[in-house]
Design a binder for this molecule. Structure first.
Ligand code: B12
Ligand code: SF4
Length: 506
């Protein structure tokens, strides 16, 4: 595979000095940590700083009064997390790809007298592995558990495991504490989540993990509007697994968002286009881009993964419905399914270009522990190793059926090179000439500027540089909306296309 530029700070976590001195823990002071993970040099380094995860800010919202909190995300390249003042409790979010780092951080703080609580997806999938590294595990919804954990800690009766389901009334959850985030480090701090769960249960998705019960839950649209307004940003990102799982809910949400005149993007499945009038409502509510998990262009792969989705031959028409409403598409594909042969890379790239899909994200098929896919691969003896650091969807960790692991890795590298190339960016430019310049601008800034991203992140200048561009996109979108409102619903709207942040992969 070709050697791509990856500076040391993005490849290796900051050093944790084993001898670093620390004062005694400060009472009722908790540190919330998002651990480092190595970045994929094929993709944009901007990805992490577009919008933060809501895991820690959500539990922060549920913190009992009297506690002081600090938020630290190691991926913002500001060095190791602080030891002074020394927290009494450290809460760490654990995903598969940074589990090892989370355990190292846990050991560092425990050695200095802090109690460590581990929570997050990986703790739920692999509790036995995580347990020795923590004073307590939070399994499942941390918003329910965090106040209980802190209360038990204060009372000196901390348990080793706390389990929660996702079955409480979602509307009763407090709003996430976005005020704790370093605003200057993210393009937007307004990550939002309106729903939890998904109507699908694809065999490769973490939602299919054994024992994970995540029924579909929704917040009131008015709560979302209030959160969006309160954070004061022009652009928000919905981090829901699938904002379109319940079209009736999405319609209500769009109607509530429309008056605030902000722009947003969200992940949806392509069946959201079953009703084109819903897509128009999304556009009128400020949606400028969607992230769509197409996963594969082979129906057999999707059937084997149990993904309920329209036939792949209909994907192009559906992309057009989104485009006609000024909504740009970031298409997400998984490579290495059992029907994929060596031509999958070329065919997928050609489809993306032919349909002028503005941005694409690729993932090497990765069997997450606890999922049906993992069980299948393990029973077939196809798992190559269990080094979770490499389960990041940019490394091959299983033996593909019709390729060698090396061929899959090279194909993944090739397709990113091709889609991030000058020629491909140009081929996919919008048909509407007035949208070409903004599209090119955003594409180059996102896809071809990793050296710039590296500097911006280190200098904490991401927000300052992007904010004017985001505001400009919002204004252009408002102009587009006015024209859309005055256009009969069934008219072909191609000429009205507005640029969006999705051309930048947002
Ligand atoms: C935002 C996001 C990102 C952001 C930020 C990631 C980050 N770590 O900071 C970006 C874009 C950078 C990103 C990148 C990637 N991501 Co991502 N991402 C998400 C997304 C869309 C939202 C996360 C979120 O905010 N959820 C909402 C919060 C409230 O829910 P939660 O995280 O489950 O947290 C709750 C509990 O788990 C618990 N909890 C969590 N932490 C803690 C800690 C404590 C102390 C306690 C008490 C409780 C607790 O309480 C929380 C409240 O209920 C999720 C999908 C999703 N909707 O969850 C995928 C998801 C987490 N990502 C995923 C993947 C695969 C990736 C990538 C590997 C993909 C890629 N190749 O680029 C990379 C690698 C990054 C990495 N290693 O994390 C997978 C993870 C699968 C797994 N088994 O680990 C997910 C689940 C998507 C999916 N459906 O497959 N991602
Ligand atoms: S549609 Fe997406 S979020 Fe839903 S189960 Fe499948 S992969 Fe997971």
């Amino acid at each position: 595979m070709r050697d791509l530029w990856l500076p040391d700070e993005m490849r290796n976590a900051p050093l944790l000095d084993p001898h670093a001195p620390a004062p005694p823990p400060t009472k009722r002071y908790a540190l919330l940590l998002n651990p480092f993970y190595a970045k994929d040099p094929h993709a944009s380094f901007g990805k992490h700083v577009l919008t933060p995860s809501l895991a820690l800010t959500s539990i922060a919202g549920a913190t009992p009064e009297g506690w002081t909190l600090k938020y630290w995300d190691e991926n913002l390249l500001q060095g190791p997390p602080p030891l002074d003042p020394m927290p009494q409790v450290v809460g760490i979010s654990v995903h598969l790809t940074f589990a090892k780092r989370a355990y190292a951080l846990a050991a560092w703080y425990r050695a200095r007298g802090a109690a460590v609580i581990l929570g997050g997806l990986h703790v739920l999938s692999c509790p036995e592995e995580a347990a020795p590294h923590a004073d307590a595990l939070a399994m499942g919804d941390g918003v329910q558990l965090w106040p209980r954990i802190l209360a038990d800690f204060e009372a000196g009766r901390l348990d080793t495991r706390y389990c929660a389901t996702y079955e409480t009334e979602y509307r009763d959850d407090p709003a996430p504490r976005r005020d704790l985030l370093p605003r200057e480090s993210f393009l937007t701090t307004t990550s939002m989540i309106a729903t939890r769960g998904c109507h699908n249960r694809c065999g490769f998705c973490y939602l299919a993990t054994d024992g994970l019960r995540m029924p579909y839950r929704m917040r009131d649209p008015e709560q979302i509007v209030r959160e969006f307004e309160a954070d004061g940003q022009p652009y928000g990102v919905f981090v829901d697994n699938n904002l379109g799982s319940r079209p009736d809910y999405l319609l209500k949400l769009c109607r509530a968002l429309r008056p605030i005149k902000k722009i947003w993007s969200a992940a949806v499945t392509i069946d959201v286009t079953d009703d084109p009038s819903l897509i128009r409502e999304m556009a009128l509510a400020g949606c400028t881009g969607v992230f769509v998990g197409f996963e594969s262009l082979a129906d057999g792969n999707l059937e084997a993964a149990h993904k309920k989705t329209p036939r792949t031959e209909d994907y192009a028409r559906r992309v057009r419905i989104l485009h006609d409403n000024g909504i740009q598409v970031n298409s997400s594909f998984v490579l290495g399914f059992d029907e994929d042969r060596q031509d999958v890379f070329e065919r997928t790239a050609a489809w993306v270009e032919e349909n002028r899909v503005e941005c694409s994200t690729f993932h090497i098929l990765t069997p997450y522990p606890g999922t049906p896919l993992f069980r299948q691969m393990e029973s077939e003896g196809r798992i190559l190793h269990k080094d979770w650091d490499l389960y990041d969807t940019s490394h091959v960790v299983f033996r593909p059926k019709h390729m060698t692991p090396e061929e899959l890795a090279e194909g993944y590298s090739w397709i990113y090179r091709r889609l991030f190339s000058h020629a491909s960016i140009w081929r996919r430019r919008p048909e509407d000439l007035s949208a070409v310049i903004p599209y090119l601008f955003m594409s180059y800034l996102y896809k071809k500027s990793n050296r710039v991203w590296h500097r911006l992140i280190q200098a904490r200048a991401v927000h300052a540089v992007w904010r004017p561009l985001v505001e400009w996109s919002r204004r252009r979108h408002l102009g587009f909306r006015r024209r859309l409102e005055s256009t009969p619903v069934r008219l072909h709207l191609e000429a009205l296309r507005a640029p969006s942040l999705v051309s930048a992969g947002v």
